[in-house]
Design a protein around this ligand. Sequence first.
Ligand code: ATP
Ligand code: MG
Length: 553
Amino acid sequence: MQKNDISPPSHFIRQIVANDLQSHKHHGKVVTRFPPEPNGYLHIGHAKSICLNFGTALENNGACNLRFDDTNPEKESIEYMESIQRDVAWLGFEWTQLCHASDYFEVLYQHAVTLIEKGLAYVDSLSAEEIRLYRGTLTQPGKESPDRNRSIADNLDLFARMRAGEFADGQYVLRAKIDMASPNINLRDPALYRIRRVHHQRTGDAWCIYPMYDYTHCISDAIEGITHSLCTLEFEDHRPLYDWVLDKLQTPCHPQQIEFARLQLEYTIVSKRKLNQLVTEKHVSGWDDPRMPTIAGLRRAGFTPQAIKDFCERIGITKQNSWIEMGVLEYCIREDLNTNALRAMAVLEPLRVVITNYPDEKVEELTLSNHPQREELGKRIVPFSKTIFIEREDFSENPPPKYKRLVLGAEVRLRGAYVICCHEVIKNAAGEIIELHCTYDENTLGKNPEGRKVKGVIHWVSQAHSCPAEVRLYERLFTVAQPDNEENFLEVVNPHSLQILKECRVEASLRAATSENRYQFERTGYFCVDSDSTVEKLVFNRTVTLRDNGEKD
Ligand code: ATP
Ligand code: MG
């Protein structure tokens, strides 16, 4: 909580924006945008960009648009558009305007006509394959297309007929006329428009030509009055094209493109294409599977917007690509949940304990705090009775050294209740432990008896008062730190990334658990209610273990 009192550390983009404000560069304005392509759900890498773009606007009293870069209709959908809006809003950001590149299709077309009129664009009949061959390589200049010197009148005519649908897909492309010998391959007459007969989710069948990303993006930025166009490093080599287009056209302004390193997070993948493959090939249950690094997956797993925003602030903004340890993200959610999660008791693998000297019909309503440090989070009733469940692994017949839980003939404290001592282990014919018989000391409720030190504390629930629940434990989705670098990332999917425990028992108060709440199941981890949960069948997800190594106290 302290960190809110300290102003966030600066980084080179904060510095550039501050300097620009001081020098009144963009008339003292800060306008940014987050420009996702609606071809998948947003992931944690996008969260970095969202926090940067919306954060920069918020910090400077500026504006930030959410703009769908919807120029590639075959891969895009309304479902993705809706999920993106939901996820940005859930993170707590409000966009100034909701925009679409497709809003600008007519303007983009007119600008393309202008480029043709200025002799800066031409219609090319080379095939995609030929264009690739003509492009040259990093060491060899490209070769000019035979169509490069087509007359302006012919280009205007052909481009109009491309729009009118007179040609087959791929028959022609509109290309910028820049420099086939440029050392920057992006400037070797890049394509501006291609013919694609695809239904568009917003413009329907109005268009059969679609503008390319590089051409669309800079003009969209200029139309919206963006001052700082923040994007990831792979666009650095595209910046000369961004600037070329805007220099050649009359646009309302010329935004400044600034690149930063994309987030790469260990043990997961941040590529929509690969995440899509995980979904369609059913390695996960959907885009919101709690193991997915999507915002929807993180939300379902119990992550909070605050933890994700903290993470994005903590990793910083630089120009160096680097890998971030998953532990950093886990640290952020633990920090949040340690402060804010309600405490509760849940027994994941129950072992029955009968307290032989406790009266048969007696039930005590014990009052326990919802949070050890935060009284304002209130208290709850936890019933105690003769038959309880404890965690199977909290009893051992052959305890390892330093074992502080229950063993035969020794005492342990039941959290918030009594000290018990185990006298008898009941086994079935197969030799498996099915029940323990213990006695309790009625003078130990909430306090240790004089002169007796009881070190161990274990959690429990009353058999008759607890509710059955399913608990889903998640591990990292991949077995290697950089699955992206594997030849086939699907081969390193962790087969043990989901463990479902169906026989769990949770304390009665959790019957009223809501999806807004987060819980610390004492000694077990942080949990939330899953969207599959119903009144009849409670389902909880483990958000994160209590500690880095998952060790218990
Ligand atoms: P993907 O490779 O997952 O498809 P993308 O860059 O194609 O990502 P877009 O929808 O185009 O996805 O991304 C929208 C914005 O989010 C872009 O400005 C992009 O630079 C940014 N972004 C995408 N991935 C990351 C990442 N891993 N780290 C930081 N920013 C990212
Ligand atoms: Mg993209």
